[in-house]
Design a protein around this ligand. Structure first.
Ligand code: AMP
Ligand code: ZN
Length: 216
């Protein structure tokens, strides 16, 4: 299964991506997570990327596309993958098309999880992530067993620097200007599955699995 999961920041993409990747036994490829890992590992590209991330801007396409190319060459991606947070603009979508063609691969589905700005802002404000493993929680919608502590490894739950309000506004604007047009791009090429992201995690998850089951 080769899937792209789209949607505005904070809509629950990351949480849903983990569930789908487990269900279909495919790697969950999040460009945001890769950049954060590269930063933690003290690499030059990680430091460059974090400058953009902290400002709520997109990391330049040549860096992002190159990272994706390398990731797709890894062994675990040959039988499928789920992209979360990529492509984020038309140029990336075109570069990705090119790469898929080169590999001789076709996408099974492009899924868009949609929600209005008010819902997104509330979700981002309540989002907490594990400092150690990056697992995502929400103070109301996805509480950890012990407040402030990751269920998986006991790591401390913190708010991402780019989830602070000012940066969120900028990320939403960039989403609207640059990422939303990618939905139109995939629509014009064939099909895109639209999912109502205002409901529960369970609703989103079961609806997506049902649709994918019917498609493939
Ligand atoms: P995410 O974890 O998907 O919310 O991504 C966090 C941040 O990483 C974004 O706000 C961007 O600064 C950067 N980023 C992640 N994916 C991409 C991408 N495909 N293109 C450019 N920047 C990205
Ligand atoms: Zn953790």
């Amino acid at each position: 299964m080769r899937i792209i999961l789209m949607g505005p920041p904070g809509v629950g993409k990351g949480t849903e991506a983990v569930l789908l990747a487990e269900h279909y036994h495919i790697p969950h490829i999040s460009t945001g997570n890769i950049f954060r890992e590269l930063y933690k590992d003290n690499t030059d590209v990680g430091k460059i990327a974090m400058g953009y991330i902290d400002r709520g801007e997109l990391v330049p396409n040549h860096i992002t596309n190159e990272i994706v190319r390398h990731r797709l060459m890894e062994d675990d991606a040959k039988d499928g993958f789920l992209f979360d947070g990529y492509p984020r603009n038309i140029e990336q979508a075109k570069a990705f098309d090119h790469l898929l063609k080169e590999m001789g691969w076709k996408l099974n589905a492009v899924i868009n999880i949609a929600a209005p700005d008010e819902v997104i802002i509330e979700r981002i404000a309540g989002r907490r992530v594990c400092e150690t493993c990056g697992a995502v929680y929400h103070i109301h919608n996805k509480k950890p067993k012990r407040e402030g502590i990751c269920d998986l490894d006991g790591g401390k739950l913190v708010q991402r620097a780019d989830d602070m309000e000012e940066t969120v506004q900028r990320r939403l604007r960039i989403y609207c200007d640059q990422t939303a047009p990618v939905i139109g791009y995939y629509k014009s090429k064939g099909s895109i599955v639209e999912i109502d992201g205002t409901k529960s995690i369970q609703y989103t998850d079961s609806t997506i699995k049902k649709v994918l089951g019917e498609m493939n």
